[in-house]
Design a protein around this ligand. Structure first.
Ligand code: GCU
Length: 337
């Protein structure tokens, strides 16, 4: 029943949006073939789109066409906050959602959204692949929300960018309205760094920067360029205030509804997708910096010590429970292995 509803609603919404959903894969029963509708808020140039399309192709081949993935980029199925709800109720099968969004569903996810949690992308990926550390957390949304967390894709280092600059010290951000993701940590973080945090959904940032509603934003270099924010905010300060994380969510009934054989193939190809994405990430970050510089962006280093000091109370504020502290410490230990 769940499958049928999922498919019908997904097709209906895709058609309503004039997206021309891949008709052939959207018919039939789960056993005979199903196209998983996957929502992404990035453009077709972004490494997540590239890696997820490749994931769909490999899954299709390895399951002899029983499963396929149709990636809808550019927030066409909705902004992350709305789409998580659609995956939860089964209207959309899968979605990429920033860690900040999951923090709003289970505060323990906040531990992975803090500055200082991850030391490198490699460390982050090692943590994500360790069920002893993240197993319970990733299953925590299944009972109430029907959301299974499969793992994640790095967001890389997040930096500040502003219309006027350069930003070198926290005091340079005084009075500046800086867009943040819709999360308490993100708000506290920018306020602690000296700015005035303005939560807003991803797709609204370009216009807000252009019209002067915002003075700046914070993100990785790849999104800075693929979202064309470099056209309107030319100063990038390498604050490297955290290494962000996008999660891959799938509706729990859809995931459990796969045959054991197909789920094993799905898991294997998803693990490969995480590796593929990490590799693309490193290449695309360098390419994004080069292309932004060519079109006039100015990148500068900052007083790292001053920003680190400003952020340390935020880390402490969110490590309140024993459970959070334990998770944070386990993640730190993984960095030394
Ligand atoms: C990154 C991340 C997205 C997130 C975005 C944001 O681009 O990959 O998932 O939505 O940052 O700042 O909102």
């Amino acid at each position: 029943m769940k499958f049928r509803r999922t498919r019908i609603v997904a097709v209906a919404s895709a058609v309503a949006l004039g997206l021309g959903a891949c008709a052939s894969g959207l018919t039939g029963t789960p056993e005979s073939g199903k196209t998983l509708i996957l929502s992404l808020n990035q453009t077709e140039e972004h490494p997540s789109y590239v890696a997820l399309v490749a994931f769909g192709e490999r899954l299709h081949e390895a399951t002899d066409g029983r499963w396929d993935v149709q990636v809808y980029p550019n927030e066409t199925l909705g902004a992350q906050q709305e789409v998580i709800q659609l995956v939860s109720d089964g209207s959309v099968d899968m979605a990429v959602a920033s860690g900040t969004q999951l923090e709003n569903l289970n505060l323990e996810f906040a531990v992975l959204n803090l500055p200082t949690t991850f030391h490198s992308i490699e460390h982050q990926m090692d943590v994500l692949s360790d069920p002893e550390i993240v197993g319970d957390l990733f299953a925590s949304l299944e009972p109430d929300k029907s959301l299974t967390v499969l793992g994640g894709l790095t967001q890389g280092e997040r930096n500040l960018y502003t219309v006027k600059g350069p930003i070198v010290e926290p005091s340079d951000l005084k009075g500046m309205k800086i867009r943040v993701q819709e999360s308490d940590i993100a708000i506290d973080m920018i306020n602690a760094m000296g700015g005035s945090a303005t939560p807003m959904s991803f797709g609204e940032v370009y216009t807000a920067l252009q019209s002067g509603v915002l003075d700046g934003a914070e993100n990785n270099e790849v999104s800075y360029v693929t979202q064309k924010h470099n056209e309107v905010a030319k100063y990038v300060a390498f604050t490297r205030h955290l290494i962000g994380l996008d999660y891959m969510l799938i509706n729990t009934d859809v995931y459990r509804g796969m045959s054991d054989e197909d789920r094993a193939i799905f898991d294997r190809e998803w693990a490969e997708t995480m590796r593929h994405h990490t590799q693309l990430w490193v290449e695309e970050t360098a390419a994004a910096i080069a292309s932004a510089e060519e079109t006039g962006s100015k990148f500068n280093e900052v007083d790292q010590e001053a920003f680190r000091e400003a952020l340390s109370p935020v880390v402490e504020k969110y490590l309140t429970s024993e459970q959070d502290r334990k998770l944070y410490d386990e993640i730190q230990r993984k960095a030394d292995q």
